[in-house]
Ligand binder design. Structure first.
Ligand code: FAD
Length: 648
């Protein structure tokens, strides 16, 4: 497997400029001869499809929702980072780059991160031009707030619904291209395989989720922008429909999968309540700007709170442990996500958790309300407080919120080079489904930035370069869907569907998914160890066996069949989960969101092992019953020297 990252020459500030200058161009009149498939209509997919359409390429865009604007990006709440330095508080492209490399615990590729920071400003300009209603200061300038892992305010926001507003902006640009006929949109189409002709990505196979029809689609290049895989844990903050299928199918066709064990457990989610839930609810990290995190100092007091013998607001000040402020005085409640999540777990493991289950901590706004007044807090976070009250029946202006960490984001994904091309030529991966920018821990408000950077500002250059370098104009758009490669892929998809329908056992896909989630959360969640991971791998294999012998599906293939859709995704999660545990087992250091119990300081802080693990681990599929091959991309840090990541 060739892991040449194709990092451009020159100093880091010049790399993207140099790359853009050296990329091949496609003449404007020839662009219409080329076709591109974009799978995904979230910020990365909509951004890429709209931009490529605007340039004149023929684009086909696919999503499984009933409208592109229902992509999961719509759920993002808190904000999007950009190095505009409107606050004059010391921000710069270099500082955003530095914070992101450090925040990722020195496990990301410097050149990609620098480009991300560099284009961040353009994103805000483009979104404002689209009419995205970012919050503004009294003087009319765009407002900023702080997010974890940074000591400057660089997060642009639209109340607590930033993702929704950004996606509406992208959707509006996409709709323009759909209206012009430049993009053809296929809603409710699920991609179930990538097609390679002579080793090069040339198309996809989809299932029409309403009729069950299996279709072949061909193009000169394929872009996956299919989101993350947090639903491998079953319960997560992601929409229940999010899944790993597209990335996993690409992996099975030869795309390297990088760092699957890097997952982010977000510290501020509403605690799990029971067994009936299909997802968990995020309370945006922006709340930590004004909310203070605490648990009772003693187990006795925690028990009283759990048993509702005392109201949280009545717990005396000197009986509270504001543990983030105590442990990390410089960053306090804005300590990064991995660190805040582990600190919450540590307090709960110590018996001081609140919430009926004991797995909860408080996020308290009393001080902020006293200082700023309720109106200011309402203006900043009103919709989040409403959402909290709707779910929990508690008014968070009066009593602290209860929060607990939950799976949220996945930093691992398809390996891509600087040009966002996977190890399969012609197959690109953008947004959360690639591994590129966040190392072992993503900082808050950086995923929206990455999705839009990839879609709006990187896609047009790298796709043009690929098409211009590899496909002569005379051959553009001339892919035959009757090629045997399409037939083989279509047959494989059909066989899998028929096999799942023919089992006629006793277990629903959901019940197996719940079992998988428990294994993953328990053994490959916030803390991981050698014995637990080995056990998890065996349990996953057994669960996979159960799936393929005891699955029960109602209905048939040629109709709307939600259980069948779910089963296909669970089948892929069952294969993927094993790779995730294998990767976690292999990486015996702690870094970012990946905490190996064996690799910590005496006071429980993560210990990296740069001499062995300063790399990205990339896995190559060798067959389901074979061990995957392990490859590494060594990471070189010329600018941000790896150090102990201290937020104290
Ligand atoms: C609750 C929540 C709040 C968040 N808040 C923030 C925030 O404030 N700031 C921030 O920076 N980040 C935030 N994030 C993270 C961020 O929202 C995501 O990382 C980002 O939106 C992902 O965008 P994407 O375009 O890569 O994928 P998505 O938006 O997930 O889109 C995936 C697309 O791929 C399609 N798709 C997937 N598989 C297939 C398939 N097999 N066939 C066809 N189509 C397919 C889907 O239909 C969808 O259109 C938040 C995440 C969550 C869960």
């Amino acid at each position: 497997m060739n892991l040449d990252a194709k990092i451009p020459e020159g100093p880091i500030e010049q790399k993207w400029t140099n790359a853009k200058f050296n990329y091949k161009l496609v003449n404007p009149a020839n662009k219409r001869k080329y076709s591109v498939i974009v799978v995904g209509s979230g910020l990365a997919g909509s951004g890429a499809a709209a931009t490529l359409g605007e340039l004149g390429y023929n684009v086909k865009c696919f999503c499984y929702q009933d409208s592109p604007r229902r992509a999961h990006s719509i759920a993002a709440q808190g904000g999007i980072n950009a190095a505009k330095n409107y606050q004059n508080d010391g921000d710069s492209v270099y500082r955003l780059f530095y914070d992101t490399v450090k925040g990722g615990d020195f496990r990301s590729r410097e050149a990609n991160v620098y480009r991300l920071a560099e284009v961040s400003s353009n994103i805000i300009d483009q979104c404002v031009a689209q009419g995205v209603p970012f919050a503004r200061e009294y003087g009319g300038m765009l407002a900023n707030r702080s997010f974890g892992g940074a000591q400057v305010s660089r997060t642009f926001y639209a109340r607590g619904q930033t993702g929704q507003q950004l996606l509406l902006g992208a959707y509006h640009s996409l709709s323009r291209q759909i209206g012009l006929g430049q993009v053809k949109m296929y809603n409710r189409h699920e991609m179930l395989d990538v097609v390679l002709v002579d080793g090069v990505a040339k198309g996809i196979i989809t299932r029409n989720m309403v009729t069950g029809k299996i279709d072949r689609w061909a193009a000169d290049a394929v872009v996956l922008a299919t989101g993350g895989y947090s639903t491998v844990f079953f319960l997560s903050t992601n929409a229940a429909g999010c899944n790993v299928t597209a990335a996993w199918r690409a992996y099975r066709r030869g795309a390297g999968f990088a760092n699957p064990c890097y997952t982010q457990i977000h510290p501020t989610c509403i605690p799990q309540e029971g067994e009936h839930q299909s997802k968990l609810t995020l309370m945006s990290e922006s709340l930590r700007n004004d909310g203070r995190v605490w648990v009772p100092k003693t187990r006795e007091m925690a028990e009283k709170v759990r048993n509702a013998e005392i109201l949280p607001s009545d717990v005396p000040e000197d009986e509270r442990d504001y543990y983030l402020e105590r442990k990390y005085p410089s960053f306090g409640n804005l300590a990064p996500r991995d660190i805040s999540s582990r600190a919450a777990k540590e307090a709960c493991d110590d018996g001081r958790g609140i919430a009926p289950t004991g797995f909860g901590v408080f996020l308290d706004f009393a001080d902020a309300i006293n200082r700023l007044g309720r109106e200011v807090i309402e203006e900043r976070y009103g919709n989040l407080f409403d959402m909290y009250e709707n779910i929990m029946g508690v008014n968070a202006y009066e009593q602290p919120m209860q929060i607990y960490p939950a799976p949220h984001y996945t930093m691992g994904g398809l390996w891509v080079d600087y040009n966002l091309e996977t190890t399969i030529p012609g197959l690109f991966a953008m947004g959360e489904c690639n591994f590129s920018d966040h190392g072992a821990n993503r900082l808050g408000a950086s995923a929206l930035m990455q999705g839009l950077a990839d879609g709006y500002f990187v896609a047009p250059y790298v796709l043009g370069n690929y098409l211009g370098s590899n496909i002569p104009v005379g051959k553009a758009g001339k892919i035959d869907i009757n090629d045997p490669a399409f037939e083989e892929a279509e047959n494989a998809v059909k066989e899998k569907i028929e096999k799942m329908l023919s089992i006629k056992g006793n277990c629903s896909p959901r019940s197996i998914h719940i079992e998988l989630g428990k294994i993953m959360l328990d053994k490959c969640g916030m803390a991981r160890d050698d014995a637990g991971l080995k056990e998890a791998i065996e349990q996953i294999k057994a669960l996979r066996e159960k799936f393929w012998t005891d699955l029960k599906l109602p209905g048939g293939a040629d109709e709307l069949n939600i259980e069948l859709e779910r089963a296909g995704r669970v089948a892929d999660h069952l294969e993927f989960a094993e790779l995730m545990c294998r990767d976690a087992l292999e990486r015996s250091e702690s870094c970012g969101g990946h905490f190996r119990v064996e690799s910590q300081t005496e006071d429980g802080e993560a210990v990296r092992q740069d001499d062995v693990f300063s790399n990205a681990t990339v896995w190559e599929f060798k067959g389901l019953d074979q061990e995957p091959a392990k490859h590494v991309e060594n990471l070189v840090f010329d600018y941000v020297k790896p150090g102990v990541r201290s937020y104290k």
